[in-house]
Design a protein around this ligand. Structure first.
Ligand SMILES: Nc1ncnc2c1ncn2[C@@H]1O[C@H](COP(=O)(O)OP(=O)(O)OP(=O)(O)O)[C@@H](O)[C@H]1O
Length: 218
C-alpha cells in the first residue's frame, strides 16, 4: 500500500472556536493509482494533503506512506520521508529565488543524491522550459513557475506525488500537456498521484475520484 489513511481527524482551534475539518477520513491508494480529490473551497483538501505530506499532524487516526507510520514519526523522520518518497506540488511553488531554473529543477533530485542531467533536460523540454534554464524564478510568469515546480518534483522520482491544483495557472492546452506528462511518468515509475482539482474534466482523466464534504470522503 502506497498511502493509507484510517479514521483520520483534524480540527483547527482559534481562540474559543474549534473547527472540525476532517472527521474520520479513510483512503487507500496503491502504487500506480492516480486519485482526484475534489471538494468545495474550505472543505479541507489542502489540510488533507498537508497531513499526507507530514507537514502537519493528524489529531486522530493513522496515516501511512509507503509502509511508514506518519502519526508516530518524529520531525526528522517526516523530513526524510518528504525528501525520499513524497513529491509536493503546492499552490505556493516554493522555488528557490537565488537558483536558476536549471538548478531549481535539479534541486530535489540532488537532495536525494539522484541528479540526472539528461532527465532534467528531457523534462525541461517536455515542460516548455528549455529556453528558460538560465532565468531566475522572479523572471518567470506564474505558469512558468508552476511548470518548474512540477518538473522539480518529477525529476526526483517520488513514490507518491501530492499535488494541489498543479495545472491551475496554465491555459487548457498547456495544462493538458503537463497533466499528460505527469500521468505518463507516474505510470512509468509505478508511483501514485493524489491531486486536488476543481475541474471535473481533469478529474475524469485520473483512475479514481474521491469527494470531500462535511469532513468525510465519498
Ligand atoms: N491554520 C489554520 N487555522 C485555522 N483554520 C484553518 C487553518 N488552515 C485552514 N483552516 C480552515 O480549515 C478549513 C479547510 O481549509 P483547507 O485549506 O484545507 O480547504 P481547501 O478545501 O483546500 O480549500 P480551497 O479549495 O479554498 O483551497 C477552512 O475552513 C479553513 O478556513
Amino acid at each position: 500500500m502506497l498511502l493509507s489513511l484510517q479514521s483520520v481527524g483534524k480540527a483547527y482551534v482559534s481562540g474559543s472556536t474549534r473547527v472540525e475539518v476532517l472527521r474520520g477520513i479513510d483512503l487507500a491508494m496503491n502504487a500506480g493509482e492516480t486519485v482526484a480529490l475534489t471538494g468545495e473551497s474550505g472543505s479541507g483538501k489542502s489540510t488533507l494533503l498537508h497531513l499526507c505530506a507530514g507537514l502537519d499532524r493528524a489529531e486522530s487516526g493513522r496515516i501511512e506512506v509507503a509502509g511508514r507510520d506518519l502519526t508516530r514519526a518524529d520531525d526528522a523522520t517526516l523530513a526524510a520521508l518528504r525528501r525520499d518518497a513524497v513529491g509536493l506540488v503546492f499552490q505556493q511553488f516554493n522555488l528557490i529565488p537565488s537558483l536558476s531554473v536549471a538548478a531549481n529543477l535539479a534541486f530535489q533530485a540532488r537532495l536525494k543524491g539522484s541528479d540526472d542531467p539528461g532527465r532534467i533536460a528531457t523534462l525541461a523540454g517536455r515542460l516548455g522550459l528549455a529556453d528558460l534554464m538560465h532565468r531566475y524564478p522572479e523572471q518567470l510568469s506564474g505558469g512558468q513557475q508552476q511548470r518548474v515546480a512540477i518538473g522539480r518534483t518529477l525529476a526526483a522520482r517520488p513514490a507518491l506525488i501530492l499535488a494541489d491544483e498543479p495545472t491551475g495557472n496554465l491555459d487548457e492546452a498547456t495544462g493538458d500537456a503537463v497533466l499528460d506528462l505527469m500521468l505518463e511518468l507516474v505510470a512509468e515509475a509505478g508511483a501514485g498521484l493524489l491531486m486536488v482539482t476543481h475541474s471535473p474534466r481533469l478529474a475524469a482523466r485520473l483512475s479514481r475520484r474521491v469527494h470531500l464534504s462535511g469532513g468525510r470522503l465519498a
